[in-house]
Design a protein around this ligand. Structure first.
Ligand SMILES: [Zn+2]
Length: 289
């Protein structure tokens, strides 16, 4: 067990890289997180500014303490399931640029949203992603793994169901593709992970789909809206519809505790990262086995 872990569990946050990319690992260390996530390019831009040698070596020196528990998140603009060829091409370039930056920084994982078929239907979206992701993999560093993230199921979004992600992984068939599970998205997509039965069902779909080992990261977010809402609105731990009791049940699934947990939560009058970390720790502390 690492000294940064809490009861053997790795918690961290999505952190800002404003000012200097090394500010993120510095913040994570000073706050006592055992993992963290950052953007490695401007999240609102199709352009990727390459990381220079000096920034990279400074980052790596500080981030060394986190071993492989460092994650980058691709800009939301990237849509590897796009059925529009222009957007698909731009998405491929954006993802390649992000992997190049991960490679420079020694970040082993890039979280990627599966994206939207833009109304052309699920099969058309699958055709696109089975071209785009292998293209990205073929032209980038082997040391970086793509983690496809489950979606909330909003409108034309792909990958809200475990079997959809399993189909993509099976067809790409690469060691360099894993999965990131977002608790808010899973809940919004209809998986009632608040309950013992819901959690068992969710886990058995994972076991029968791509397999538990493929999960390298869990985005630990409460949900502002109800189960099956399809809405992707993250909310403070314990204050949303999953709630303290829901997360308590979630963590009763012991094997889940081996994963990294990154929270992507607002900082506002209802709370900040520190408060959310305290809340999740107290929830876990109060679990009676
Ligand atoms: Zn995400």
């Amino acid at each position: 067990m690492d000294k940064l872990d809490f009861n053997g569990i790795k918690f961290g946050f999505h952190l800002s890289i404003a000012g200097n990319i090394s500010n993120a690992p510095k913040e994570a260390l000073s706050m006592g997180y055992s993992t963290f996530q950052i953007f490695v390019s401007n999240p609102r831009s199709w352009n990727v500014k390459a990381i220079d040698e000096n920034s990279a070596s400074e980052f790596k020196k500080i981030a060394h303490a986190f071993k492989k528990n460092i994650f980058a998140h691709a800009p939301y603009l990237a849509n590897p399931s796009s059925t529009k060829i222009e957007i698909l091409k731009k998405s491929i370039d954006l993802l390649k640029g992000n992997i190049d930056n991960c490679s420079m920084l020694g970040i082993p994982y890039l979280v990627v949203h599966i994206g939207s078929h833009l109304g052309s239907g699920y099969r058309a979206g699958i055709n696109s992603i089975l071209k785009s992701i292998p293209n990205v993999l073929d032209n980038t560093d082997n040391n970086v793994t793509i983690l496809l993230e489950n979606s909330s199921g909003y409108k034309n979004s792909m990958g809200s169901k475990i079997n959809e992600i399993a189909e993509i992984l099976e067809n790409i068939n690469s060691e360099r593709v894993g999965v990131c599970i977002d608790t808010c998205h899973a809940f919004a997509a209809g998986y009632d992970i608040r309950t013992h039965d819901g959690m068992n069902l969710f886990m058995s779909e994972i076991d029968n789909g791509f397999g538990f080992e493929k999960i390298k990261l869990i985005h630990l977010n409460d949900a502002k809206f109800d189960c099956n809402s399809g809405l992707d609105r993250h909310w403070h731990i314990g204050l949303g519809k999953i709630g303290a009791e829901g997360f308590s049940n979630f963590f009763k699934m012991n094997k889940i505790k081996s994963k990294c947990f990154v929270m992507e939560l607002p900082i506002d009058e209802y709370g900040d990262n520190n408060k959310n970390l305290t809340t999740i720790k107290s929830i876990i502390h109060s679990i009676k086995n």
